[in-house]
Design a binder for this molecule. Structure first.
Ligand code: G3P
Length: 217
């Protein structure tokens, strides 16, 4: 399973890149707004530090013609840009337009298997089902992941299932059991993945016992 970090905060991206756990970045207009910084400049800076994995940058237009115009600007920033488009009819049209040119597209704001099927047919590189927002309204976010993985497997679609709107490590492990290809995690959740109180307690005990030996190497 690949891990992308779901943030536009440069310092967070830099610190998590150093851990070796991050394979890419996803942003969205809300995450950009939280930085208080210029969108294009921020994406340029992210692609300077994340040179290998996909960096998702979302169009803010709602119509095909302006999605096409904005997508071309974003794709021109770096080769590892994945243009993010919403799961609307114009977004799907833009997805097909860019996918036909060989540009990575991440189709976002997916909340149903039917939507995910359309995104795969449009040639999306990634589909982003928002599990947390479905859970937030009492629906089964992971159930959607299961449905999408099942459908995609029937047709051998190359579109990667990118689990988004992640709220906890449980979303990650359960989605991994279902075979999801990627998860995009808020920095906080990435840190929750490796932190465990029993690990800390055990390490403290090891260090205390080691100190008693008076040895070092
Ligand atoms: O960035 C896409 C998605 O992960 C955002 O989800 O629910 O945390 O705003 P959310």
């Amino acid at each position: 399973m690949k891990f992308f970090v779901d943030t536009a905060d440069i310092k967070e991206i830099e610190s998590l890149l150093d851990t070796g756990m991050v394979d890419g970045v996803t942003t969205n207009p809300s995450l950009i707004a939280q930085t208080g910084r210029d969108f294009i400049q921020t994406i340029k800076e992210i692609t300077k530090i994340v040179t290998e994995g996909p960096v998702s940058a979302e169009v803010t237009a709602l119509d095909f013609d302006n999605m096409k115009r904005q997508g071309e600007i974003l794709a021109g920033i770096a080769d590892n840009i994945a243009i993010k488009v919403p799961l609307t009819v114009d977004g799907l049209r833009a997805c097909k337009y860019f996918a036909d040119q060989g540009t990575m597209v991440n189709v976002t704001l997916c909340f149903s298997a039917a939507q995910a099927l359309l995104a795969a047919k449009a040639g999306a590189a990634f589909i982003s089902p928002f599990v947390g927002r479905l859970d937030d309204i009492g629906q089964d976010g992971l159930g959607l992941i299961e449905e999408i993985c099942l459908i995609y497997a029937q047709y051998d679609f190359p579109t990667e299932v990118l689990v988004a709107s992640v709220r906890s490590p449980l979303h990650i492990t359960e989605a991994a059991k279902l075979g999801a290809d990627v998860a995009t995690l808020p920095p906080k959740v990435i840190r929750q993945l490796y932190n465990h109180p029993l690990t800390d307690k055990g390490l403290d005990a090891f260090m205390a016992d080691w100190a008693k030996t008076g040895q070092s190497f």
